[in-house]
Design a protein around this ligand. Structure first.
Ligand code: LMR
Length: 400
């Protein structure tokens, strides 16, 4: 009965790793998926995560019972505090409902399903370009997905005028997906002043913000600064949704740990919203896994461990920033044609190089360098040792 099934293409991001794994060259370099690597090119488990895991293992009172549908209560409270700020009036007034979900993707999906069932506007505007999975997550949840202008290839910066025009023309009440910080794939974020203009425009038109916060702490190395955009929208008393992931900032990729928060106008509304979120979650996966959320809660509730985490997080962010500088310096020294200053201007895990898909294919074939076909490279996958190889590949790709 399945004989006529057509083979599906590989995922545009995760498929890069599949191709990389098949390559036997000793020079191969994976700059595709956004996953942190050390200077030695190895995955990193944070020391504070290891310490939290040890504590959990040694605690014999811990059992493996099901979590509630909404997940671990401590984890939810602490996650809301992390993104909205400990002194957030929305939290103090119990206007936020937070549910533990399967990392960023799962949080977005649960939020999208909730909106498709209960929100009066079924159109969501996503930036062009955006993370490849966004279109599918929202589309499959039943929302109609439209794009707003975001990136200007000519300046390799923000198309702020285009963004304001497109959001200004969106039907009132539309949902708008915003990257909280470290926009993926471009590494281009609005300034604080631009965020404020976006906020005013969206609130004046009743557009509903849905933040994707996958990189808190990775953009600037400062957790509070990286939540600035979200907090600006919460401070005005209006509603918003926020999807959080701990994949990058705690390195918990495979633990699939994240949270969806919905900020409401009153505590009563928030509790009714939560009751409906439970109806979304139960038939999808019943309840979320316990281990990753326990690690996060252990770290967030202990002042020492929290501080230790911020130091390790800052070290990851700083290494990425240093990779930007090293790549930029190497291309300048090599005399590679073009202006590469966007490499040091863009922020977060990725550089949107401006290389086209043919150049990317050339670099993969001739230099065994793997990246997404839109020219995005994960700076977190680069090290001082591999910068020269990447520089040679880029130089060859743009001069051939
Ligand atoms: C990425 O964009 O590389 C990451 O967010 C990983 C993923 O799931 O795509």
């Amino acid at each position: 009965v399945f004989a006529n099934i057509v083979r599906a293409p590989e995922d545009s991001i995760l498929g890069v790793t599949v191709a990389y794994n098949k390559d036997s060259s000793p020079d191969k370099l994976n700059l595709g998926v956004g996953a942190y690597r050390t200077e030695e090119g190895k995955p990193l488990v944070l020391k504070v995560v290891r310490r939290a895991e040890q504590m959990l293992v040694n605690d014999n009172s811990r059992v493996k019972e099901y979590l509630p549908i909404v997940g671990l209560a401590d984890f939810n409270k602490l996650s809301a505090k992390l993104i909205f700020g400990a002194d957030s009036p929305a939290i103090q007034e119990n206007r936020v409902t937070t549910v533990q979900c399967l990392s960023g993707t799962g949080s977005l999906r649960v939020g999208a399903e909730f909106l498709a069932r209960h929100y009066h506007q079924l159109t969501i505007y996503i930036p062009n370009p955006t993370w490849g999975n966004h279109t599918k997550i929202f589309g499959l949840a039943g929302l109609s997905v439209k794009a707003y202008r975001y990136y200007d290839p000519a300046t390799r910066g923000l198309d702020f005028q285009g963004l304001l025009e497109d959001l200004g023309a969106a039907p009132s009440g539309s949902i708008v997906l915003l990257h909280a910080c470290a926009h993926n794939p471009t590494g281009v974020d609005p300034t604080i002043e631009q965020w404020e203009q976006i906020r005013q425009l969206m609130r004046s038109k009743g557009l509903l913000p849905f933040f994707d916060s996958a990189y808190q702490g990775f953009a600037s190395g400062n957790l509070d600064a990286d939540a600035g955009s979200v907090r600006m929208f919460v401070a005005d008393g209006g509603e918003c949704l926020a999807a959080q992931s701990y994949a990058k900032n705690m390195g918990l990729y495979g633990e699939r740990v994240g949270a969806l928060s919905i900020v409401c106008k009153t505590a009563d509304v928030a509790s009714r919203v939560e009751s409906q979120l439970k109806l979304v979650i139960r038939p999808m996966y019943s309840n979320p896994p316990i281990h990753g959320a326990s690690i996060v809660a252990t770290i967030l509730k202990d002042r020492d461990m929290y501080n230790e985490w911020t130091v390790e997080l800052k070290a990851m962010a700083d290494r990425i920033i240093s990779m930007r500088q090293q790549l930029f310096d190497a291309l300048s020294a090599r005399g590679t044609p073009g202006d590469w200053s966007h490499i040091i201007k863009q922020i977060g895990m990725f550089t949107f190089t401006g290389l086209n898909s043919k150049q990317v294919a050339f670099m993969t074939k001739e230099y065994h360098i793997y990246m997404t076909s839109d020219g995005r490279i994960s700076m977190a996958g680069l090290s001082s040792r591999t910068v020269p190889h990447l520089t040679e590949a880029i130089h060859a790709a743009v001069t051939r």
